[in-house]
Design a protein around this ligand. Structure first.
Ligand code: F6P
Length: 333
């Protein structure tokens, strides 16, 4: 069977009118950057990416060399393409409008260049997450110089989102709003090949993912949910649950997309707003998960309906198999 490449997949979507040529080129550019990052990750300690960079990002988190390299690769690939009005990254403090000597496009790009970076030095999967929004027009219908406000749109306004996992294979999952699709990087032809069509997350599951070391700080509804899972067939759920935690959201969400499950990073008494970033992690993942038939809330509200207040906002995340997410959300009510 001949499988479609990412380019063919995107051209078909352009022909059917779902995306325009600019969005197609933008996604292709991001995918190209992901291949370059994958190569860097693959080199491990030989590629200069291991170790701390000796700097901290806007949230005060220490940056790894590979965080900075991945950020540079994405910036360099995207700023001159003519598809973007501006971009912003988890690793940068401010919005970066497209330099005036390049054509300015209609889209806004947000990305987490290297998610799960605590796993870089220990040879565990890491990844890249991205989200694409339309740049709002000014009151006169003209394109305005993009600032932070332009980015503060609820996740339901995303026109595309995706993530790459750099694991034993490099996988790319994307959505342009007509389902979620998975691609595998063929290292011989250096192309992304469609390997998972119309991904569907099972509505029920017996597998959960959470950092249990935070248990003593959780809010009662989360504690109740996990206690019930741990009680297994002896408890109110009447069945045994399995637990997994990679500590790379990309890998944990990829597993949920592949075989179902629920992923939680709740707010707690230490991370009062939550740990994950709304714009760079929660929104793109929520879009993908919903497109695959799953659900995503912050415990109470659908993530895609949350109005962001600031670029680097943190949020609680509960996503995955629909019936489990519903249950956790009902415990919060
Ligand atoms: O910041 C993102 C991240 O690395 C996620 O990819 C991952 O799910 C989470 O943080 C891991 O958190 P912890 O270190 O608490 O396990």
């Amino acid at each position: 069977m001949r499988r479609a490449s990412l380019s063919q997949f995107l051209i078909e979507r352009q022909r059917s009118g779902r995306i325009n040529a600019d969005l197609r080129l933008l996604i292709e550019t991001i995918a190209r950057a992901c291949k370059a990052i994958s190569t860097r990750v693959n080199k491990g300690p030989l590629g200069g990416g291991h170790g701390n960079a000796g700097t901290a990002n806007v949230q005060g988190e220490l940056q790894k060399n590979l965080d900075l390299m991945s950020n540079e690769i994405l910036l360099e690939a995207n700023e001159w393409g003519g598809n973007l009005a501006a971009l912003v990254s988890e690793e940068m403090e401010d919005v970066k409008p497209t330099p005036t000597h390049y054509p300015r496009g209609e889209y806004l790009l947000l990305f987490d260049p290297l998610d799960g970076s605590s796993n870089i030095d220990v040879n565990i999967s890491v990844g890249t997450i991205f989200s694409v929004l339309r740049c709002p027009q000014g009151p006169d219908g003209q394109m305005r110089v993009p600032d932070e406000k332009c980015f503060l749109q609820p996740g339901r306004e995303q026109v595309a989102a995706g993530f790459a996992v750099y694991g034993p294979t490099t996988q790319l999952v994307i959505t342009v709003g007509d389902g979620a699709y998975g691609f595998t990087l063929d290292r011989e032809t250096y192309t992304f090949v469609l390997t998972q069509e119309q991904i569907r997350i099972a509505e029920d599951t017996a597998e959960f993912a959470i950092n249990a070391s935070n248990m003593r700080r959780w809010e009662p509804p989360v504690k109740r949910y996990i206690d019930e899972c741990l009680a297994g067939s002896d408890g109110p759920r009447g069945k045994d649950f399995n637990m997994r935690w990679v500590a790379s959201m990309v890998a944990d969400v990829f597993r949920v997309l592949s075989r179902g499950g629920i992923f939680l990073y709740p707010r707690d008494s230490k991370n009062k707003e939550g740990r994950l970033r709304l714009m760079y992690e929660a929104n793109p993942m929520a879009f993908i998960v919903e497109q695959a038939g799953g659900a995503a809330t912050d415990g109470a509200t659908r993530i895609l309906d949350i109005q962001p207040q600031k670029l680097h906002q943190r949020i609680a995340v509960v996503l995955g198999s629909k019936n489990e997410v519903k249950r956790v959300t009902s415990y919060h009510k």
